[in-house]
Write a protein that binds this ligand. Structure first.
Ligand SMILES: [Zn+2]
Length: 383
């Protein structure tokens, strides 16, 4: 009986002992388990181009945030702007180290917007012309990745033809945009050159594509006409650049020179001349207005300066022009008292570009020699 009681007491002590030993172990196991619990996180986040770079709190569950005190290390090629926004599309990896384990996050920067193309236009060239068809084309895109620009369609710069082509812009995400254009490759017309004789003073007259040249100087007067196809469309660069030089120099001396009339097309001249014929008479009109094709204003090398009044020569501008224009390659084309040779009355305002060597020869100390006298040619209508 006594023994039995003692044994029962021993058992109880053992149980208490076991419980006392195990509780901390169990608690420890729970604590360790809790500490070792894996992080809960999103493996992948999608943003659009131009949105903010996600931070750790976007990837991790809130309760896990304070278990990690590091920032995400991103791949080196992930670029952000000063506001932490991502403008380069693509897929990037970032990671944190958590208990010696590398945890990887993925970021997809998505771009669904197509690029735009500007500057596309139809192009006309001659066979074998050197041309960069992409030169004037600009592309823009929402992302900062390089946009690829290609030409789609077949063409040859060595073969005559009309090619329907397409500029295609492709951004890094594969979005594309396109613009149609036509490339026309033409054969070069070899100029039609004809020697048609010599002037009374022995200068060769050459006709190039129906345009008359004497000693390399283009001639347009009542005898020598320009074809309607000759249409530079405006004053030629050689005129305007030399005129600017002259105007700037004149301005330094207080002289204001302005072009009041420059290029006139064949059609414009026909319209003007025909109006004069109707309001005045043909014989009168012929003394001051040129028939279509016979006006120097069609050359793109002639212009009227400041005034269409003969008294212009008595103004300081008129005198300056008369005495200085040759230095810039211009001549007073219809000098005083030369109407019988030039076919036109005196026009102190009408200048023509011929280059300085010839202009200096014609200047003659202000008593201008006309082109007709110099070359020995006529200026009379033969119809
Ligand atoms: Zn004129």
């Amino acid at each position: 009986m006594l023994n039995k009681k003692k044994k029962k007491n021993n058992n109880r002590l053992l149980s208490i002992f076991v419980i006392l030993i195990y509780i901390p172990i169990i608690i420890s196991v729970f604590v360790i388990f809790a500490m070792n619990k894996d992080l809960h996180y999103k493996e992948e986040i999608n943003i659009e181009v131009g949105e903010k770079l996600p931070s750790l709190k976007d990837y991790l569950d809130t309760e896990d945030l304070n278990r990690v005190n590091k920032n995400i290390t991103w791949e080196k090629d992930l670029k952000v702007d000063k506001d932490n926004k991502v403008y380069y599309s693509g897929t990037y990896d970032g990671y944190i180290t958590f208990r010696d384990k590398k945890i990887k996050f993925k970021l997809n920067v998505i771009d669904e917007e197509a690029p735009t193309i500007t500057g596309a236009k139809d192009i006309e060239i001659f066979i074998n012309d050197e041309i960069d068809l992409l030169k004037d084309i600009k592309t823009t895109d929402n992302s900062l990745n390089k946009v690829k620009l290609n030409i789609e369609g077949e063409y040859s710069l060595e073969k005559e033809g009309v090619y329907n082509l397409k500029y295609v812009a492709t951004d890094a995400a594969g979005n594309t945009a396109s613009k149609d254009f036509t490339l026309t490759v033409k054969t070069k017309n070899t100029p039609k050159i004809a020697e048609i004789g010599t002037t009374s003073k022995g200068y060769k007259i050459t006709k190039v594509n129906d345009i008359y040249y004497i000693n390399g100087i283009l001639i347009a007067n009542k005898t020598y006409s320009l074809p309607s196809s000759y249409a530079p469309g405006g004053l030629l660069d050689i005129f305007t650049s030399n005129f600017s030089k002259m105007r700037d120099e004149a301005l330094k001396e207080g002289i204001n020179l302005e072009i009041i009339s420059g290029y006139r097309s064949y059609a414009d001249q026909a319209y003007i001349y025909n109006n004069y014929v109707l309001s005045d008479s043909k014989s009168n009109a012929d003394t001051y207005s040129a028939r279509a094709g016979h006006s120097e204003h069609q050359t793109g090398l002639a212009a009227d300066i400041n005034s269409l009044n003969t008294n212009f020569i008595y103004t300081k501008e008129g005198m300056w022009l008369n005495n200085n224009c040759h230095k810039y390659g211009f001549i007073i084309r219809y000098p005083e008292g030369k109407a019988s040779v030039t076919g036109y009355m005196y026009e102190p305002w009408h200048i023509r570009y011929v280059g300085t060597p010839l202009a200096s020869e014609l200047y003659n100390n202000g008593n201008w020699i006309s082109l007709e006298e110099y070359y020995g040619i006529t200026s009379t209508y033969n119809y």
